[in-house]
Design a protein around this ligand. Structure first.
Ligand code: UD1
Ligand code: PEP
Length: 452
């Protein structure tokens, strides 16, 4: 079984570079379907399994794609299919984001209900409510959704019952080519929404107010491909901040944007972690003792749910009792059981987890129950006594570029053992089999485009 092996106890020091944001690049690549002419050139595209999934979805719809050196070029002058393949959509929730662009562009789409991390029921009612308000006719059956917009989508006033990131993005993309003006009230305010709006505007769209609760989109006739740099991944950055703090380390996270991480920075400071923000990154230094704090996840600018499990790992080594409350997803405490295998003292009570800090962590065999849970287990393992084996790596590979290589470059004792049993030493980055696997995948992308 493929696993990551961590020997705890090393203090992390040095510099780590943040990759482009997974949660920004996925909607941006979906939005590239809106351009009827010209290539889109998307820079800082991280080489992740989720990125490969979305590029395969786009290719299956008729887009032409190439990837080289973190740059993806997409052109979609013709859309050849209105059906997004089930086996790709079920893999990743964000692939559902092609629904808005397809409806706007060709007025027809057939798509299965999306898959993704099992962190809650994750309905899509707000996406569908938005499309219906714009005139789409939607039928649901046997796990599939069919939608048509016999006449062009029309601008509408849409109020979201929950400030859903995905629904805001999907509706924004559909509205970009609709007739008239759409307003989204109670829109999500995440930095990834702003990045998507910037890209849509670079393509000739007219989106205003992204980053606030009220977004206004004036539909345009046509859009052209554009060049765009994806924002740095705030969740990856936050994860390395925790990795530094949990090991009493001193790490500069290059590329991290402080404004995107305000709630995380503020909680870490409350705990006693020293944070220095600069133009090109964030330095995170931590001493021997950290204070317990309470954390409640909320939509942006609240504390991000995608950082909840990593934060819990840090609270395990703090002094005192903390209460972690998850309000965004109803089933995002599955990592608790895994932490408990590492001797953690945590009690779940409904939507809250009561964490008793300071109980020494010990290495164990654990399994990543979702993407961020996997990263959190690695953080805990960096501090634990002895060896930890983390399995369930398909989750981690969705969202972290070369996590073993990056942590090793900071001094961690961590390596990846592929299923074939090729365990490589912790020495150089290039010796890491995960990196090798990724290099192989890039090579495949280069020589054998999926649209061929
Ligand atoms: C690819 C991507 O960007 N994923 C992120 C995105 O997921 P995603 O876009 O799926 O998350 P949403 O913001 O839509 O979900 C937030 C909450 O709204 C609910 N909801 C959502 C849509 C809907 O139609 N009806 C409804 O009730 C969900 O069940 C959840 O409880 O935002 C989440 C919340 O910050 C993050 O954890 C994910 O990492
Ligand atoms: C939950 C996440 O992703 P997704 O919405 O793609 O499942 C995440 O990035 O932590």
């Amino acid at each position: 079984m493929t696993k990551i092996i961590v020997r705890g106890g090393q203090r992390l020091t040095g510099t780590v570079r943040v990759s482009g944001a997974k949660n920004a690049v996925l909607p941006i690549l979906a939005a590239s379907l809106l351009a009827t002419e010209g290539d889109s050139v998307i820079c800082d595209v991280p080489l992740l399994d989720d990125v490969m999934t979305i590029q395969n979805v786009l290719a299956s719809l008729g887009a032409q794609i190439s990837y080289n050196n973190e740059t993806m070029r997409v052109s979609a002058p013709l859309i050849s299919s209105f059906e997004a393949p089930y086996e790709l959509i079920r893999k990743m929730r964000a692939s559902f984001l092609v629904m808005g662009p397809l409806l706007a562009r060709i007025g027809k789409v057939r798509i299965s209900l999306p898959g993704g991390c099992a962190i809650g029921t994750r309905p899509i009612d707000q996406h569908l409510k938005g499309f219906e308000a714009m005139g789409a006719e939607i039928t649901l059956g046997q796990g599939f959704i069919e939608a048509t917009a016999p006449t062009k989508l029309k601008g509408a006033k849409i109020y979201l019952d929950v400030a859903s990131v995905g629904a805001t993005e999907n509706i924004m993309m559909a509205a970009a080519l609709a007739n008239g003006t759409t307003t989204i009230e109670n829109a999500a305010k995440e930095p990834e929404i702003v990045d998507l709006a910037n890209y849509i505007n670079a393509m000739g769209g007219k989106v205003r107010g992204a980053g606030t609760g009220m977004i206004r989109i004036e539909g345009v006739e046509r859009m052209k491909g554009a060049k765009h740099n994806v924002i740095p991944d705030r969740v990856e950055a936050g994860t390395y901040m925790i990795a530094s703090a949990i090991t009493g380390g001193d790490v500069f996270i290059e590329g991290a944007i402080g404004d995107h991480l305000t709630p995380v920075i503020s909680k870490l400071q409350e705990m006693g972690v020293e944070i220095t923000e600069s133009d090109n990154g964030i330095r995170v230094r931590s001493g021997a003792s950290l204070k317990a704090v309470d954390v409640k996840t909320l939509p942006h600018p609240g504390f991000p749910t995608d950082m909840q499990s990593q934060m819990m790992a840090l609270l395990l080594v703090s002094e005192g009792t903390s209460v972690v409350t998850e309000t965004v997803f109803e089933n995002r405490f599955m990592h608790v059981e895994q932490f408990q295998k590492m001797n953690a003292s945590i009690k779940v009570d409904g939507r809250s987890a009561i964490v008793t800090g300071g109980v020494p962590l010990t290495g164990a065999k654990v399994c990543a129950t979702d993407l961020r849970a996997g990263a959190a287990l690695i953080c805990a393992a960096l501090r634990a006594e002895g060896e930890t084996e983390v399995t369930g790596l398909h989750h981690i590979d969705r969202g972290y570029v070369d996590i073993t290589g990056k942590l090793r470059s900071l001094g961690a004792t961590i390596y990846r053992e592929e299923a074939e049993g090729v365990a490589t030493a912790q020495a150089g980055k290039s010796a890491d089999s995960a990196t090798y696997k990724r290099e192989k995948e890039v090579a495949v992308l280069k020589v054998q485009p999926t649209w061929a």
